[in-house]
Design a protein around this ligand. Structure first.
Ligand code: F3S
Length: 394
């Protein structure tokens, strides 16, 4: 692989042992995938933030790196943590878990990483531009940035993203390169999609169908960014879709050659069947919305639906701290809390220790959350539209 003088120096340990170790990791990765050079990245998003995911070994590793004083070279955000960093106590997160989670946040802060924990960094101050190279980890954010923004990233692991943040570069392979970004399968949408959950169900179905291919959708008109993030998140969870195109809607879609590609159609009946597949429970203990993290529009919609009502089950909405602050300014938090719900920042249903907190059945409107909750959190799942989940008693 061609390396600049500066990069050779990093590799030879001239910039210290942390950068040597991190740069070696990037070179190894590049060698495996046949990269010919490193490319500078505009921003990084690091996954592996929740104490639930990385445990004590991961926490010790991060503290060790942080103690060496090395700082990130580019704007770097974090994926959701295991709890709301401010309101964890009143929300019922375990004390010991919280202490360990704070150790992780402190270590990241030491490295100069913005401790805004969210899977929607593009809504919270970390917005890549069209064709910008970035190194992001979270699969739904990877999908959104590749597909809806037209930026370029592979799905990084936690360590490779951290290495990219500290070194400022990533190996040039995979979705960074034009030749790997062509669609490989066409999806003709014949279903009528109304709710965000409909898009999540579509994503879950298509992800299972196409696995790691690059789908090109036809027949999807006017999907908004919330719906596209729900679609991409679910496709990345049930398959390994990191890039998709929507005709007339997403960047570079109309320049793609789709002639001769294998084609599938999706009708209302597949969407309906997916709802049934994703439903493994009956009576939820909690309704947990905001996967991927809710936008202000989604929070406003929930506030409008619960205003003046009393919720039968607690409804939590996961979002970024930035979005929660905006919601507070608009008074949405008060409306939602008066009905018995909460806006929860920094975390989500999958990376929080729900099973330790006494929850056994969780209701969601997200195809991605429905995919992961049984395995990651031992939850039964009720998958439905928000309107059906936000149940009133009077
Ligand atoms: Fe985000 Fe958690 Fe869903 S990280 S995409 S809210 S599983």
């Amino acid at each position: 692989m061609y390396l600049t003088n500066e990069q050779e120096a990093m590799l030879n340990g001239e910039d210290g042992p942390v950068l040597e170790r991190m740069f070696r990791l990037l070179v190894r990765l590049g060698d495996i995938y046949g990269a010919e050079r490193m490319i500078p990245v505009g921003s990084v998003q690091v996954a592996g933030v929740s104490f639930k995911s990385i445990g004590l070994p991961g926490t010790d590793f991060l503290e060790d790196i942080a103690s060496k004083g090395e700082k990130v070279k580019v704007l770097t955000y974090l994926n959701p943590a295991g709890m709301d960093i401010e309101d964890w106590k009143e929300l019922g997160f375990p004390e010991e878990f919280a202490q360990n989670q704070m150790r992780i946040m402190d270590a990241f802060r030491e490295m100069g990483i913005v401790v805004t924990s969210t899977c929607t960094p593009y809504l919270a101050g970390n917005l890549p531009r069209f064709r910008e190279h970035i190194a992001w980890s979270e699969s739904s954010a990877v999908s959104f940035s590749n597909s809806v923004i037209g930026a370029r990233t592979n799905r990084e692991g936690g360590p490779s993203a951290l290495a990219a943040a500290l070194c400022g570069v990533t190996p040039d392979y995979g979705l960074h390169r034009d030749e790997n970004r062509a669609p490989t399968v066409v999806i003709d949408l014949e279903a009528e999609l109304k709710s965000n959950a409909n898009f999540g169900a579509l994503g879950y179905h298509v992800g299972k169908l196409v696995k790691n291919k690059i789908p090109y959708f036809r027949g999807m008109e006017n999907a908004n960014t919330d719906q596209l993030k729900a679609l991409g998140a679910a496709m990345a969870a049930s398959g390994a879709v990191a890039l998709y195109y929507v005709e007339d809607l997403t960047p570079e879609a109309n320049q793609q050659d789709i002639s001769g590609l294998e084609t599938f159609s999706v009708t209302d009946s597949e969407i309906k069947e997916t709802y049934a597949t994703l439903r493994t429970g009956e009576e939820p203990d909690i309704v947990f919305l905001g996967c991927p993290h809710a936008s202000l529009r989604e929070i406003a919609d929930v506030a409008a639906q619960v205003e003046g009502k009393t919720l039968r089950k607690p409804v939590w909405i996961a979002t970024s701290r930035v979005m929660k602050e905006a919601a507070i300014r608009m008074g949405f938090d008060k409306t939602i809390e008066a009905a018995g719900g909460r806006i929860v920042a920094d975390t989500c249903m999958v990376v929080s220790p729900l099973e330790q907190m006494g929850y056994g059945t969780t209701a969601v409107n997200s195809g991605k959350a429905a995919n992961y909750l049984p395995g990651f959190c031992k939850q039964k799942v009720v998958f439905a539209d928000i309107a059906d989940l936000v149940m009133e008693v009077e």
